[in-house]
Design a protein around this ligand. Sequence first.
Ligand SMILES: Cc1cc2nc3c(=O)[nH]c(=O)nc-3n(C[C@H](O)[C@H](O)[C@H](O)COP(=O)(O)OP(=O)(O)OC[C@H]3O[C@@H](n4cnc5c(N)ncnc54)[C@H](O)[C@@H]3O)c2cc1C
Length: 570
Amino acid sequence: MANLNIDSIKANTFDAIVIGSGISGGWAAKELTGKGLQTLVLERGRDVKHVVDYPTTMMNPWEFEHRNRLPLAVKEANPIISKCYAFYEGTTQFFVKDAEHPYVQEKPFDWIRGYQVGGKSLLWARQTQRWSNFDFEGPARDGYAVDWPIRYADLAPWYSYVEKFAGISGNKDGLDTLPDGEFLPPHEWNCVESHFQKQISAKYKDRHVIMGRAAHITKPQPIHLQQGRAQCQHRTICERGCPFGGYFSSNASTLPWAAKTGKMTLRPNSVVHSIIYDEKKGKATGVRVIDAESKQMMEFYARIIFVNAAALNTNLILLNSTSSRFPNGLGNDNGLLGKYVAFHNYRAGISGEYDGFLDSTTEGRRPNSPYIPRFRNVYKQETDFLRGYAAGFSAGRASRTNQEGLGASLKENLHKPSLGGWYVGSHMMGETIPKESNFVALDQSLKDPFGIPQLRISVAYDDNDDKMVKDYLEQMTEMFTAAGFTNIRTRDDKRNPGLDIHEMGGVRMGKDPKTSLLNKWNQMHAVKNVFVTDGASMTSTSTQNPSLTYMAMTARSVDYAVKEMKKQNL
Ligand SMILES: Cc1cc2nc3c(=O)[nH]c(=O)nc-3n(C[C@H](O)[C@H](O)[C@H](O)COP(=O)(O)OP(=O)(O)OC[C@H]3O[C@@H](n4cnc5c(N)ncnc54)[C@H](O)[C@@H]3O)c2cc1C
């Protein structure tokens, strides 16, 4: 009996455990296995294999039962997830449905999740702007949250490292607000977008319109071909899964790369319940897992643990990891675990029309669009709100199928759409300030289908966010007017926090264990062999999309952890 026990412990023991297989977990798996560690990747959802498990990827609109739109019954059954633009008939298989995994909205919060191998990496919009020193210095300069324990220079080589492997397209724009990276050729502009870009640089010294940097292979390099990935085909149906591997996902890139080392054990349907803390050893020894199919609780062990379950689920797992040493959650000596959660303010948008260029139109599709880096409060505080916003921008020409004629003339006319005028639009991407009052906690009574406490989310906008929305609408109206756009319409859709899908914080990095949970290596101050490298670790949120930063931080943190293991410090 004792031998049996020892054998089963051995079988369940690895060098490293990674919790979650999305963008950050995929990178942890790739880096750990690449450095020779036997690595167990625990993923709560089902397996999704590259290409074979993308059931809708080759379907035409007429092949869908509901022409690729959401049936009313699905919409009504999923009021939260239906608000996400990427949730449609062709993608429903990759989103968590509202009733499946309940949570408590102490304040309205739309929690958008993808529980499967690959996580949300299958669904994301692939915008990959680096953060800059203006972001990492923000809290210290403006006096909110706590000072980041790192600066841009700490991450810069790791940005380069992950960019080359993931494949990021972009232009070297030479802006200090948005550092350049290792870019594949950028996507193209259309004439109205170029017009806007020229007008803005002529009128403003400090405002720029650039092509978004995006995780698309515009020109495959040997490293991409070695991953089995090919050039992006501009199909713009990425969120169904891409059989070309044209955009970066864990499924197409990091996970198969990790598998090739022979060192990865990927265990889908494994819901991590909590991390096991051994008081005698003074460290974490493994994790408790509920098998999603058998509902049995099991344990797995390792020398180091990377928590990459996506920001709020990482908070949940740590809060649920209680012991007599840590009665309020793992590493939570200061009571701040779950607090200082922040997100991105995506509430505002603006649209307009343009009368010129009626002899031109666009051809084909583009999985990306221009981007306006943050220009407010960059070098000095100039408004009555803290921080600033970036903005997306795009222009297109309305076209309608020409159905005139019969027979041959109808066929010919179908190829000649009737063109309307040009339309333009922009949406806001604002930084929000992390505050202690924006927090997540475990609900004391409600449990999920696995008996794990439900997450109680208490996150809201504040006065700073309202002022920022007002400023974005004023400034963009001025910029649209300067570019000669007409029929300008502004909107504040007052969407709930969460729909930006950039929730961050709760397990923040910092210099001082009294005011933060993680050190500059994303390592828990109080439990040295546990690392958190997803959005939970973010001290503040920047305005840039965060996933590239999670990738870079993960690779950097694994590098540190493995060096520490070799020195026998872990
Ligand atoms: C429509 C959409 C558009 C987006 N656009 C962009 C963009 O343009 N740019 C950008 O930077 N970001 C974008 N994002 C956000 C981006 O997807 C996330 O920031 C990123 O996926 C986070 O990586 P992650 O590894 O932390 O989490 P995920 O990719 O969500 O992976 C987490 C994984 O952990 C698993 N997990 C959770 N709990 C447990 C548990 N208890 N046990 C075991 N496994 C668990 C989940 O099932 C999941 O597979 C977008 C997201 C969506 C949905």
